[in-house]
Design a protein around this ligand. Structure first.
Ligand code: KIV
Length: 283
């Protein structure tokens, strides 16, 4: 079992050019598998709204849902750096709210850091949470909670003007006190500029290989999420097919009386069945 990383280990990995690999997890079992596989970090993403609850986006996700799933992930991966994801409206309304809600992740789910979406416009919240003694990761580029404003789940920073805006956001997030930054769905050249310029780790999801590490959504990697597959996803399994096949086989077995077999049942204790039959006669 390897030792749980801390922010200084993660910083050293950036400084020495060692890649950090992380994935989302929403439940106990997935967290166990991820820890066993040697994942450096786990994100309990608000993507759980789509991957677990079947919402169309992440906006309906609540703090309570995020806390429950973060607790399960922490139990499954006690030796992995776990990041809680602040859901929509848990930090946008006021800095007080953002500190209180970030604190819930720490106190109730024992996370190692929290993540929130946005650049310049959420810097007061990043500063307040960091000043309260917590680790905050920024998240810029495609920010799913504001996908309405962005016109959908679309790549960002593809023009000089929008790339410059994204780079300014990255600088501001570092300046506000974030310990790391996640960049989603921007061209690799733009992510590289951020990685090279910022002193904090800059991680990519759909932003190319020139980053300090890579994040993927577990439901995408495992081939479970069916609604759509972003361009940046690499599937490592097709569990949707495997699970459906297993369920079909079970349905078939039950309907044709091939399950359960004798080996799947409990035996009565020797001599008890005749006694039962005897008693039933009198009832
Ligand atoms: O919720 C999540 O999983 C995320 C990723 C899309 C980066 O924030």
């Amino acid at each position: 079992m390897s030792k749980k990383l801390n922010r200084f280990d993660l910083q050293k990995m950036k400084d020495s050019g060692e890649q950090v690999v992380w994935i989302t997890a929403y439940d106990f079992a997935t967290a166990q598998f991820a820890e066993k596989a040697g994942m450096d970090m786990l994100l309990v993403g608000d993507s759980l709204g789509m991957c677990i609850y079947g919402y169309e986006g992440t906006v309906p996700v609540t703090m309570d849902q995020c806390i429950v799933h973060s607790e399960a992930v922490r139990r499954g991966a006690p030796n992995t750096f776990v990041i809680g994801d602040m859901p929509f409206l848990s930090y946008q309304v006021s800095t007080e709210d953002s500190v209180r809600n970030a604190g819930r992740f720490y106190k109730e789910a024992n996370v190692d850091a929290i993540k929130l979406e946005g650049g310049l416009r959420v810097c007061p919240q990043i500063k307040a949470i960091a000043d309260a003694g917590m680790l905050v990761m920024g998240h810029i580029g495609l920010t799913p909670q504001s996908s309405g404003q962005l016109g959908g789940f679309k790549a960002q920073g593809r023009t000089a003007a929008t790339a410059l805006e994204a780079i300014k956001d990255a600088r501001a997030v570092q300046e506000a006190g974030a310990y790391a930054l996640l960049v989603e769905a921007v061209p690799p050249e733009v992510c590289k500029i951020m990685r090279d310029e910022l002193t904090i780790p800059v991680y990519s999801i759909g932003a190319g290989i020139q980053a300090d590490g890579q994040l993927m959504i577990s439901s995408d990697v495992l081939g479970i999420f069916q609604a759509f597959t972003p361009k940046f996803v690499k599937r490592y399994a097709n569990l949707a097919e495997e699970i459906t096949k297993a369920f079909e086989a079970y349905v078939k077995d039950v309907r044709s009386l091939r399950f359960p077999e004798d080996k799947h049942t409990y035996k009565m204790i020797e001599g008890e069945l005749p006694k039962l039959m005897e008693r039933l006669k009198g009832k």
